[in-house]
Design a protein around this ligand. Structure first.
Ligand SMILES: CC(C)(COP(=O)(O)OP(=O)(O)OC[C@H]1O[C@@H](n2cnc3c(N)ncnc32)[C@H](O)[C@@H]1OP(=O)(O)O)[C@@H](O)C(=O)NCCC(=O)NCCS
Length: 158
């Protein structure tokens, strides 16, 4: 986690703290992720290489509600980008979310200009719903406009 989150693209486009310290990683893995699973509010998952177990990506359903809402979040280490890792992992996560977890609506948000994330969302079958003004706070601590998209349990499979 510590080395992955040194990546400037992850720091630029996600809500991980910047600068990202070893203490941030230890707190996330040792406390926050465990607490999220225990509370069933979020499903932080590591995507690892099947042979080396090296961390490739992170995919999460978060802000989960009893009414069947959730938000999807993801990032991928620079060395593994462009190979479909995030799309495949997120697609599996969505199948689980809409299937076993019974989710009804999953939202995707990305700061305006994050075309890589937008492309992943499109490949996952999300519909772009619009732009929200100043609705996302990134690692720089500033508010940014963000794209918002959704995928419904009733949407046709991609
Ligand atoms: C966005 C991100 C998760 C994509 O991960 P990935 O594993 O490379 O994704 P995939 O390989 O499954 O698919 C990437 C797609 O985006 C496209 N893409 C990547 N960068 C792009 C860009 N700048 N503009 C347009 N398309 C882009 C790729 O060409 C590919 O599409 P294709 O299959 O049609 O060729 C990764 O770049 C990343 O971690 N970025 C920094 C963190 C981040 O932005 N997270 C999302 C926050 S909302």
């Amino acid at each position: 986690m510590f080395s992955a989150c040194q990546d400037l693209e992850i720091q630029r486009w996600t809500q991980v703290p910047a600068p990202y310290t070893r203490e941030h990683a230890e707190d996330f893995v040792g406390r926050q992720a465990r607490a999220a699973w225990a509370a069933a509010t979020s499903t932080p998952l590591a995507v690892v290489d099947a042979t080396t177990e090296a961390l490739l990506a992170s995919v999460t359903l978060q802000s989960m509600t009893d009414e069947g809402d959730a938000e999807i979040a993801f990032w991928c280490v620079p060395e593994a980008r462009g190979q479909g890792v995030t799309t495949r992992a997120a697609a599996a996560l969505l199948r689980w979310g809409f299937g076993a977890l019974g989710l009804e609506r999953v939202e995707w948000r990305a700061a305006v200009g994050n075309h890589g994330s937008l492309r992943v969302a499109q490949k996952l079958g999300f519909t772009l719903d619009g732009t929200l003004r100043h609705a996302i706070v990134l690692g720089d601590g500033a508010r940014h406009d963000c794209w918002v998209g959704s995928r419904l349990a009733t949407d046709p499979p991609v």
